[in-house]
Structures are given as C-alpha cells and as structure tokens.
Design a protein around this ligand. Structure first.
Ligand code: NAD
Length: 337
C-alpha cells in the first residue's frame, strides 16, 4: 500500500485525495493546508489527517476546532510520495523539502517543466515516469490535447497540430479572476506557450496553439485542426476516439450544445463535484478534409488531471503497467461515460 500525502488541498488537491483513497493499492495518510477554511473541514469529515502547511499558522486550526496530526514536514517524512497541489510556483519552492526527506513527489501543470525529471500524461508516456522521483502531471489543457494526439499519432501519424484554446477565466470559486465582460486574446503573443508544453510530452510534434480567455468558469473549449499523415474518414476517427475511455464522444441527439449542459449531465449522473474527467468531443464536430481533421472538445479544468495523478503514482512505483493502471484508476473513480 503506497502511503500518499497531499500538500495543498484546494481544487486539485481535494480531488486527488478522494481519487487516491478510492484505489486498492494506495491510501491517503494526510493532507496539508495553510488555513482552516471550508475545505479543511471537508477533509476532516472525510477522515484525512490534517497537517499545517505553514507552522506559524498551526494555532488557527485548533481555534477552528480542527485537531492537527502535525506539521507538513512530518507528513513529508512519513509519506512514500507527496502529491503537491499548491498554487503555481509554490511547488518548485517545495521541492527542497521533499528532497530533504528523500520523498518522491508529483507536481502539477502550473509548475515549469524543469521542476521534475518527467512531464507526464498516462495515455502518452506512462513508462517515462517509471522509477522517477519527481514527476509533473501536465496542465488540464495539455492533458486534454495529449489524450487526443496519442491515438491519432499511433493510428495515422500526425504532421501538424493547430489548436485554439478558449479558456475559462477562472474556476467557480476564483471570484477574483476575470474577465467579467470581455474576450481576451491571452496570451496576445502567438503562438502561445501551450504548444511548447504539449512538446514536453511529444518532443517531436509540430504544434501551434493560440489562447483566449472568456467570462466562463465551467470548462475550456478547444478548436482543433490536426493534419494527419494519412487520408482518413470522419467515421474512422470517431471510432478511434470512441475506443478511448478518457474521451467521451458526445452523441448527436442528446441536445448537449455547450459546456453548461455537459456539467448538467455530470451533476445528473451524481458525479462527485460534477466532475468530468474525460475529454468531451462533440461527435458532430468531427470533420475531415483529406488529411485535415477538425473537432471541438470541452475540457473540465478542475478534474481531467485527477486520474493522471493516480497513474503517475503507479508508474513511479512500478506497481502496474500502463493499461492495467489506467483501467483500474478509471474503474475505481468511475471514469467513462
Ligand atoms: P487552488 O488555489 O485551488 O489550491 C491550492 C491550495 O494550496 C489552496 O488550498 C492553498 O491554500 C494551498 N496553498 C497555498 N500555499 C501553500 C503552501 N505553501 N503549502 C501548502 N499549501 C498551500 O489551486 P489549484 O487550482 O488546485 O491548482 C494547483 C495546481 O494545479 C497548480 O499548479 C495549477 O496550475 C494546477 N492545475 C490547476 C487546474 C485548475 O483549473 N484549477 C487544472 C490543472 C492543473
């Protein structure tokens, strides 16, 4: 049983904790938080031992009625692996703490690639994380793109990817972010940094990306154009994508015309937190012109990286091969529509 600690129990951290706890071969031994907010109370209710991420703030937990199991360095010392889910940039600062205790760690996509030996996407490069001490699970957008590119590359060969990422302004709880009423080319400079991030997974890939930010919190939407090495048919591509458990090809006729209805679908299915771990590809959008493939997909930024963190743990500790790990993760979390 791999003993897992989560440092940073926010949007990603709380989901990683629940996903790890659902697996038969790993368990949560504690989570570290900076403050006793509502998420800290949820963690306690779920039975996760609570550690103070910032020692001088430890008394605040007692005042809020939360009993601490200790401070973060004790959690790091005790864990077989830490999943660092702190805000962008803090993970890199935490690496020294993990190294001091010789504790392997998984970082998130907000960190620069050089925070870890390996950038990871389970479908695309599972074996690269075998036996690694430091792994970075790539961002929600890079995860979404990698899951599509991997099967296309294997089946047809990919000559070039062009993607426009229409990004949500902030997560539902991030009320300090925007825009509130605007449409921002973001970054204005093209191509954007997202393409180079995908190349941390596919070093030889030709890819250009553009980004925008819009007043939405629900999901990102990608408009994708992939030039393949072979002529294809839309029906064949569709069949290929339908064979991927972490891709949901939205059937025509369900009336799902946007991210809002996708989120309703997840809530109606009583998924935890309304999560959509899968890339959601509109079946009707899959269009082919010679070697050029076009499609729209929606990516739930808060949850698509969660199964990837579980698989990263299995790869690092060489517990299972890629296929077995992904299937087990998906079955235990409930991935697959
Ligand atoms: P978040 O702000 O929701 O959660 C971060 C948590 O870490 C908060 O609870 C915060 O209080 C805590 N924290 C702050 N400083 C800390 C410290 N020094 N030690 C321990 N905890 C600390 O952020 P998030 O959205 O969960 O993002 C975490 C990481 O995941 C980032 O790298 C981000 O880029 C990446 N990521 C986020 C999303 C997303 O859309 N939310 C998607 C994919 C990847």
């Amino acid at each position: 049983m791999i003993r897992v600690g989560v440092n940073g129990y926010g949007t990603i951290g709380k989901r990683v904790a629940d996903a790890v706890e659902a697996q038969p071969d790993m368990e949560i031994i504690g989570v570290a938080k900076t403050q006793p907010n509502f998420e800290a109370h949820t963690a306690v209710k779920r039975g996760y031992p609570m550690y103070a991420a910032i020692p001088k703030r430890a008394p605040l937990f007692g005042e809020a009625g939360i009993e601490l199991a200790g401070e973060v360095d004790e959690l790091v010392a005790e864990a077989d692996v830490i999943v660092d889910c702190t805000p962008s940039g803090i993970g890199a600062k935490n690496r020294e703490l993990y190294e001091t205790h010789h504790t392997p760690a998984i970082f998130q996509g907000g960190e620069d690639a050089d925070v870890a030996e390996v950038s990871f996407n389970a479908r695309s490069n599972y074996d690269a994380a075998r036996d690694a001490d430091y792994v970075r699970v790539v961002s929600c957008n890079t995860t979404g793109l990698s899951r599509i590119i991997a099967p296309l590359e294997e089946e047809y060969g990919v000559e070039k990817v062009r993607a426009t990422l229409v990004r949500r302004g902030g997560d539902p709880g991030q009320n300090s972010r925007g825009p509130i009423n605007d449409i921002l080319p973001d970054p204005i400079k093209v191509p954007s940094h997202h393409g180079p991030d995908v190349k941390t997974i596919f070093p030889d890939l030709e890819i250009d990306t553009l980004g925008l930010k819009v007043p939405a919190t629900l999901m990102h939407v990608h408009a994708l154009n992939v030039t393949l090495e072979d002529d294809v048919t839309g029906a064949h591509v569709r069949q290929l994508l339908e064979g991927e458990n972490r891709i949901y090809v939205i059937p025509e006729g369900l009336g799902i015309d946007g991210a809002g209805k996708l989120k309703d679908l997840a809530l109606d299915a009583e998924r935890p937190r309304g999560d959509l771990w899968e890339n959601c590809v509109w079946g009707e959008s899959i269009g082919v012109n010679g070697r050029d493939l076009y499609l729209f997909q929606a990516i739930h930024q808060e949850s698509d990286v969660i199964p990837e963190n579980v698989d990263a743990i299995r790869a690092m500790f060489e517990l299972e091969d890629q296929k077995t790990s992904m299937e087990l993760t998906d079955r235990k979390i409930g991935v697959g529509i």
